[in-house]
Design a protein. Structure first.
Length: 130
């Protein structure tokens, strides 16, 4: 299945070409009072000429040049995706290392603080016992 965005873009281009090439449609669209009227007018004309527009869109998409460009785009996206995955992996590894260092530092400082508290508690207990 071809990409939906490519199809929508192609269809939009085909409709634009259709509007530019149909002088009667352009005149009726110019006289439209609002967007709703313009949509109705465009719908009426496309209903009449929709098959021609569809055939032209299909011919455009089946064009070997378009297909070659789609293949080039796919290859570019795959290369870019591979590069992005490597970069994300590198950033995640770096973050993991930083998190491990921070956890070790926190554990050491907590251990030192716990020892300090234990020592001071024992000192207080000895003083009271004497």
């Amino acid at each position: 299945m071809r990409k939906l965005s490519l199809l929508i873009g192609t269809l939009g281009g085909a409709v634009a070409g259709y509007v530019f090439s149909n002088s009667r449609l352009r005149d009726e669209l110019a006289d439209a009072k609002n967007a709703e009227d313009a949509a109705k007018i465009l719908g009426k004309h496309l209903q009449r000429d929709g098959k021609k527009v569809g055939d032209q869109v299909r011919d455009f998409l089946d064009n070997p040049d378009v297909q070659k460009n789609v293949e080039k785009t796919k290859a570019f996206v795959q290369r870019s995706l591979a590069g992005m995955q490597k970069e994300i992996t590198r950033v995640v590894k770096k973050s993991e290392i930083q998190a491990q260092r921070a956890a070790l530092k926190t554990a050491k400082s907590a251990q030192k603080r716990a020892k300090s508290v234990v020592r001071s508690t024992f000192k207080k207990i000895r003083v009271r016992a004497v």
